[in-house]
Structures are given as structure tokens and as C-alpha cells.
Design a protein around this ligand. Structure first.
Ligand code: NAD
Length: 247
């Protein structure tokens, strides 16, 4: 897929850029998106029905083990060229924010720093009762493990369906989008709110919206540039075209 020259010119001169990423950015790292078929043991479970507080209350062991499986996938995965390209982009743009719905930490591992995590991070846990964040825990004693402070059950520190997003992250995301001139939505199906509203907010703020995704999404109609294909190929190409001498 050809990258439009007008987009390259726009990016080269841009001062304020926001990128929104979703699970598709990590697909080429081997981390399945929610909409890809689950494998093996988990094939018969609907991820959306496991990623809820009600599911955890009903069957804490099942939900803990599903997240332990996902955590092991992430631990075995490495950032792909798309993650690295976004880390490079951050170095070229004066005001840059990377808003991610991903919980896998692969953007950090690729060297991105200006990250707003909307949905938490699978590598952390928190107490189900008191919400205290717990960074280290024993995996093999109780399942789920217990909070060292109050004895409550530990759960992953991610935002489940039906839960509110961390207010500071949401505020930072809104603020960045309202002031950007160029907004990329990459590898997200655009159906999970409130992230799904960000492209429209960007458009209303006067930004040019770009979609990078192999498939159309509900936000495609908002985009001035639509680039169909995998982000692990297209993002390095975009950076190379925009700054040919950037290592
Ligand atoms: P999604 O699964 O709903 O959609 C993935 C999108 O990525 C689709 O539009 C698909 O066409 C696109 N895609 C697939 N392969 C791609 C590629 N190689 N390059 C670019 N795009 C590609 O994901 P979502 O929109 O992020 O929403 C799902 C929710 O699930 C989020 O809340 C997220 O927190 C969570 N989730 C996170 C991870 C992760 O952290 N890696 C993985 C699965 C789900």
C-alpha cells in the first residue's frame, strides 16, 4: 500500500501529534487481538465475558488463569517494527502522545516514553477489594494470589468491561487530542468506548485523522488518509519516507 506524499509532508512539519493504538499493533508480535480466534484451552471462552468484575467474582480462578496465560504470551512476545517506529516518531515530534488501549507493555519495551495507558497494564495486579497496586506476587500459592496487606484477592490491574478508566489517563488523553494537529488511529477496531470517540474529538479539534488498519472500522469515515495493511510494515515505511536520514 502506497503511503500518500501529502501525508508524508504533513507529518514532516507537524508539531503536535497524537497516536491511538489498539491490539492490532501487537498482533505481529504474536499477541492475539480479542477478535482473533482464541487458541487451545481458551478457544471456547469469549474474552469479553472473562474481562469483567462479575466473571472474576463468579470464578476468580478461571479469570486469574486466563490472565496468567495472556501474561505468559506477552512475556514471550517482543516489540515488532511498528512499536519501534512509534518510539522513533516520538523523538521527531515536539509535542507527542501515544495513547494506548493495549495492556501488554510492548510500547514501553520498544522505547516509547510519552505513553498514556487507558486500560492499565497486565504486568501489574491490584487488590480486588482495596485497589492497592501490587507489583510482585507469588504465582503458585493461592490462585488467585492474596493481597499482602488485607488478604483480599489479587486481580490484574487492567480496566475490565463495565469499569471506569483511570481518570488521570483519560484527562491526559482528552487534553492531548484537543490540541493535536495530526491524529493516527492504528490497529484498533474502534468499538470500545471512550477510546472510540477520540478520532471524532480530534476531527472536531481541527486535526487531520489518519487510519492505519487492514480492515475498515466505524471511524474510517472520519479519516482523511486511510492506509490499509499491517502496522508492523506500514509504520516503519512511513518513518523512512518522512525522515529518510533518521537511523
Ligand atoms: P480489537 O481486537 O477490537 O481490534 C484489533 C484491530 O486491529 C482490528 O481493527 C484489526 O483489523 C486490526 N489489526 C489486526 N492486525 C493488525 C495489524 N497487523 N496491524 C494493524 N492493525 C491490525 O482491539 P482494540 O480495538 O484494541 O480493542 C480491544 C480491547 O481489548 C482493548 O480494550 C484492549 O485493552 C484489549 N486487548 C489488548 C491487547 C493487548 O494489550 N495487546 C490484546 C487484546 C485485547
Amino acid at each position: 500500500m502506497e503511503i500518500p506524499s501529502a501525508l508524508v509532508d504533513k507529518l514532516r512539519s507537524a508539531q503536535r501529534v497524537v497516536v491511538l493504538t489498539g491490539a492490532g499493533v501487537s498482533a505481529e508480535s504474536g499477541v492475539p487481538t480479542f477478535r482473533q480466534a482464541q487458541t487451545g484451552l481458551w478457544a471456547r471462552y469469549d474474552p469479553q465475558s472473562l474481562a469483567t468484575a462479575a466473571a472474576f467474582t463468579a470464578n476468580p480462578r478461571l479469570v486469574w488463569e486466563w490472565y496468567a496465560w495472556r501474561r505468559s504470551l506477552v512475556a514471550q512476545a517482543a516489540p515488532n517494527p511498528g512499536h519501534y517506529a512509534l518510539a522513533k516518531l516520538e523523538q521527531r515530534i515536539p509535542e507527542f502522545s501515544l495513547i494506548t488501549q493495549n495492556v501488554d507493555g510492548l510500547h514501553q519495551r520498544a522505547g516509547s516514553h510519552k505513553i498514556i495507558e487507558l486500560h492499565g497494564n497486565i504486568q501489574r495486579t491490584k487488590c480486588f477489594d482495596e485497589h492497592t497496586v501490587i507489583e510482585t506476587w507469588q504465582e503458585h500459592t493461592d490462585v488467585p494470589p492474596r493481597c499482602p496487606h488485607c488478604g483480599g484477592m489479587l486481580r490484574p490491574d487492567v480496566v475490565w468491561f463495565g469499569e471506569s478508566l483511570p481518570p488521570e489517563a483519560l484527562e491526559a488523553a482528552w487534553e492531548a487530542v484537543e490540541h493535536c494537529e495530526l491524529f493516527f488511529t492504528i490497529g484498533t477496531s474502534g468499538v470500545v468506548e471512550p477510546a472510540a470517540s477520540l478520532p471524532n474529538l480530534a476531527l472536531q479539534a481541527g486535526a487531520v485523522v489518519v487510519e492505519i488498519n487492514p480492515q475498515p472500522t466505524p471511524q474510517t469515515r472520519l479519516a482523511s488518509y486511510i492506509i490499509r495493511g499491517p502496522s508492523g510494515v506500514l509504520l516503519p515505511e512511513l518513518i523512512a519516507r518522512t525522515w529518510p536520514n533518521f537511523p
